[in-house]
Write a protein that binds this ligand. Structure first.
Ligand SMILES: [Zn+2]
Length: 330
C-alpha cells in the first residue's frame, strides 16, 4: 500500500464491524487501488493479534499470503496481468497467442470449488477481481450469480478503473468505495524517492496518478512522449510520423494528441490547461488557433482512436489520418 492511500485504508478499517459481502474499490488507474485491496485481503486473513490496524506480517496466514500461496485467497485478473513465471518457458512457448486482456468465464467458474468447500484456515475466503471491467459478458454473468447466492464467509473485492462499465446488477450488490487521486505533495515526494526528477510534469500528464507517472517517467514511453510533444510544437509532421513505429507507439501518439488537444481547448476557453506542466518545457500552449469546440471534438476523437490503436491496422497511415484532423491545420 502507498503512503497516500491512508484515508482509503481508514475507510476499510471502519467497515470491519459490518463487513460487506462485496466491495467495489474504484478510481482512476495508477493510484494504488489494487495494493490497498491486497493489503485488506491479507489483513482479513491475518491470524495475528486481534484489534490491530493492519496485517501482522509474521503469522502463518501472512506468510502464506506473502508467498502468493494462501489457500483462502484467489485473484481473478486477465492473463496479461499475470504473466507466467520465467521457469514456465515450455508453457509459454506452447501458447503462441498473446496473453488475453479479458477475464474469461472459466476463471470465474473455477471459483466454484474454492467457494463451496470450507475455509482452510478457519477464516474467510477472499476473492479479488481486477480490473473488474475486464470481465467479458459471460464472466460478468457468472460472477453475478456468485454474488446473488453468496457463499458463507466469502468476500469479493472488485477493483475497477471504470465502474460504469460493470453490470448495474453487479454494482448494486457491492458496497462502493471511491479511491481519490492523491494530493500533490505526498505524490511528488514519493516519486522523488523513486528517483523521478520531474515528478510534477509527469503527475500533470497522468492526471495526478503517481504509479502511472512513475511508469511514464522511467519507461521508454516518457522520452517518446517528450519527443512527440516537441515535434508537435514545431509542427514537424515528418518527425512526428517517424516516431510512430508500431501499434504501441501509435497508442502513445493518440494519447499525446488527445492531451495536447484538451490543453488547447482549455486554453481557448481561457482556463488553466491540465497538462501544461508537461508541455511547458517543450511546447508552450501559446496562442491557440481553432475554437475550443473543435479542439474538444478532436480530443474526443483521439480518445476513441486510442482504443482503436490496439487493433490491427497500418500504424503510420492511421497516425497520418489523426494528424490530418488537427484543428490547427484548418
Ligand atoms: Zn498476520
Amino acid at each position: 500500500m502507498y503512503p497516500w492511500n491512508r484515508a482509503t485504508w481508514q475507510a476499510l478499517i471502519d467497515k470491519l464491524e459490518r463487513l460487506p459481502q462485496a466491495l467495489l474499490l474504484h478510481g482512476r488507474p495508477g493510484i494504488g487501488k489494487f495494493a490497498v485491496a491486497e493489503r485488506y485481503a491479507q489483513f482479513l486473513l491475518c491470524e495475528g493479534e486481534p484489534g490491530s490496524e493492519g496485517p501482522c506480517g509474521t503469522c502463518a496466514g501472512c506468510r502464506w499470503f506473502a508467498i502468493g500461496n494462501h489457500p483462502d485467497y484467489r485473484r481473478i485478473e486477465p492473463e496479461s496481468l499475470a504473466p507466467l513465471p520465467e521457469a514456465d518457458e515450455e508453457r509459454k512457448s506452447a501458447k503462441a497467442t498473446k496473453p488475453s486482456t479479458e477475464i474469461k468465464v472459466d476463471q470465474v467458474r473455477e471459483l466454484a470449488d474454492f467457494l463451496n468447500i470450507g475455509s482452510h484456515r478457519g477464516r474467510r475466503r477472499i476473492v479479488i477481481v481486477r480490473p473488474a471491467e475486464d470481465m467479458n459478458a459471460n464472466a460478468a454473468n457468472a460472477l453475478l450469480k456468485a454474488l446473488e447466492e453468496p457463499p458463507a464467509a466469502a468476500m469479493f473485492i472488485l477493483v475497477s478503473h471504470r465502474p460504469q462499465r460493470l453490470l448495474a446488477t453487479i454494482r448494486s450488490r457491492c458496497v462502493a468505495l471511491p479511491v481519490g487521486v492523491p494530493e500533490g505533495p505526498p505524490a511528488r515526494q514519493w516519486l522523488a524517492a523513486q528517483g523521478v526528477a520531474d515528478a510534477e510534469r509527469w503527475l500533470a500528464f497522468c492526471g495526478g496518478a503517481p504509479l502511472s507517472a512513475l511508469e511514464y517517467a522511467q519507461g521508454a514511453g516518457g522520452s517518446l512522449i517528450l519527443e512527440m510533444l516537441r515535434a508537435l510544437h514545431d509542427g514537424d509532421r515528418e518527425a512526428l510520423l517517424g516516431l510512430v513505429r508500431d501499434r504501441e507507439t501509435l497508442e502513445v501518439f493518440a494519447e499525446v494528441l488527445q492531451k495536447y488537444a484538451l490543453d488547447k481547448s482549455l486554453a481557448a476557453l481561457g482556463t488553466q490547461p491540465l497538462f501544461a506542466a508537461l508541455l511547458t518545457e517543450t511546447a508552450k500552449i501559446g496562442q491557440v488557433r481553432g475554437a475550443a469546440i473543435d479542439w474538444l471534438r478532436f480530443a474526443r476523437r483521439m480518445g476513441r482512436d486510442r482504443a482503436l490503436a490496439r487493433h490491427p491496422l497500418n500504424p503510420k497511415l492511421f497516425a497520418g489520418e489523426m494528424l490530418a484532423r488537427l484543428p490547427e491545420k484548418a
